[in-house]
Design a protein around this ligand. Structure first.
Ligand SMILES: [Zn+2]
Length: 303
């Protein structure tokens, strides 16, 4: 819990930010008109896109993390984030340790009426033991998150409830189509050996039935930004030199010397590489983006 001193310091920082916002204008990545002041703040633009799909023009949606070149795992929030969260009607976060700064900042914010949608909690997944927190690559979770956002929006603005419901129906239809694509692809991709740099695409690879051969110690070390032990790196590189995998799905947003080494090994040995990201590329919505991910991975796996 924040101390009183921290709260006071934040309050001071907030007034400074307010003054800046008043003269400099608001450069946040918002959408919608929000006449009634309905605001949704999402921890990343993935959840921001899902929220925008449901809210339409009835809410202003802001995403805290939207830089495609940054690694969300090492994001440092600022007073601008604190201000957005303290004003939000609804906050959408991933949870599961991915974006803890949201909970920390909400605890310090004077916003008792905020509704928090936590994707990991909504997913109902068992988080004990080895847990992959990249749940937005799981269509079932995304559907539940969208439904929770619709419920929260309808409670906050009952007059717009029909619009939110209609938007949810449209969004879910897009997920249905994508789920169908995955099931069709899985007829070919099931059992196909694959390697990853870190677990970001894990749920999608599972849905495609792909056989992830990456040593767990490798992807964990990359995810946690620690050095990969020499023997584990050798074991990983052998997947490519020995052509034991059909494709390498790598996280473009978490790269370093060891992921570069793995990528080079894949390319040198004719193993297809497929880049994926933690956040949404500019100008795309969730369903378009995930459909492209599915198509790229399934194609690499022979579908
Ligand atoms: Zn990650």
């Amino acid at each position: 819990m924040p101390s009183r001193r921290t709260s006071l310091a934040l309050a001071g920082a907030l007034s400074a930010t307010l003054a800046l916002a008043a003269c400099g204008g608001d450069a946040s990545t918002g959408s919608g008109s929000a006449e009634d002041g309905l605001t949704v703040v999402a921890s990343t633009n993935v959840y921001g896109s899902i929220a925008s799909s449901i809210a339409g023009d009835a809410a202003e949606v802001t995403s805290i993390i939207d830089d495609p070149s940054a690694d969300p795992h090492s994001f440092e929030a600022d007073t601008r984030t604190q201000l957005a969260l303290s004003r939000a009607t609804i906050v959408v976060e991933n949870g599961g340790g991915y974006d803890d700064f949201v909970d920390t900042m909400l605890a310090a914010a004077d916003n008792p009426d905020v509704t928090v949608v936590n994707a990991v909690e909504v997913s109902g997944k068992d988080t004990s033991g080895e847990f992959n927190e990249h749940v937005w690559y799981d269509l079932g979770t995304v559907r539940l998150v969208a439904q929770s956002i619709e419920t929260a929006l309808s409670e906050a603005s009952p007059d717009d409830a029909q619009t939110f419901q209609d938007n949810l129906t449209t969004f879910e239809a897009g997920l249905d189509t994508l789920q169908q694509t995955i099931e069709t692809d899985a007829a070919t991709t099931t059992g196909v050996p694959v390697a990853i740099t870190e677990p970001v695409p894990g749920y999608l690879l599972d849905a495609l039935g792909a056989d992830d051969r990456t040593p767990v110690e490798f992807s964990e070390a990359i995810e946690e930004e620690t050095d990969v032990p020499v023997d584990v790196l050798a074991e990983t590189l052998a997947l490519f030199t020995g052509k034991q995998v059909r494709a390498l799905v790598y996280n473009e947003q978490t790269t370093g010397p060891q992921t570069e080494q793995v990528l080079t090994a894949a390319r040198d040995n004719g193993v297809v590489d497929v880049p994926v990201t933690e956040t949404l590329p500019e100008g795309k919505d969730y369903t378009t983006w995930m459909t492209e991910n599915v198509d790229a991975i399934a194609t690499a796996l022979g579908a």
